[in-house]
Design a protein around this ligand. Structure first.
Ligand code: FES
Length: 115
């Protein structure tokens, strides 16, 4: 049984931008960043970088990757994989769906990482 959360309209997050859903709102206790990637799709990762304390939502989106604003580690938005140093631990993914009612986030449900 998983919870889902309506997090607003797709127009709320411009392409190349991200929005943070705070931990007390998403129910996981950890902030979740929802990214509008340059492939037009939406992806969600734990917002805190797996290296140190940094908000990935404040980073730079390139294609379907995000670069941490502090030490420039890159993560795959689709699978959470840490793509370069200094991060070595993957970021947790969360499923996001685009519905007629807007964006729906499934906190703690891993995104389909087969892409
Ligand atoms: S805090 Fe993100 S790479 Fe160091």
């Amino acid at each position: 049984m998983s919870n889902s959360l309506n997090i607003g309209s797709i127009d709320d997050i411009d392409e190349g931008e991200a929005k943070v859903i705070p931990g007390d709102e998403n129910g996981t206790g950890n902030d979740i960043a929802v990214f509008h990637a340059e492939d037009g799709n939406f992806y969600a990762l734990d917002d805190t970088c797996t290296h140190e304390e940094a908000s990935l939502a404040d980073g730079w989106i390139e294609g379907t990757e995000v670069e941490c604003p502090v030490h420039s580690a890159k993560f795959c938005l689709k699978a959470g994989t840490a793509l370069c140093m200094p991060a070595t631990i993957a970021a947790r993914t969360h499923k996001v769906e685009v519905t007629d009612d807007g964006l729906v986030l499934y906190p703690n449900v891993a995104a389909n990482a087969d892409a």
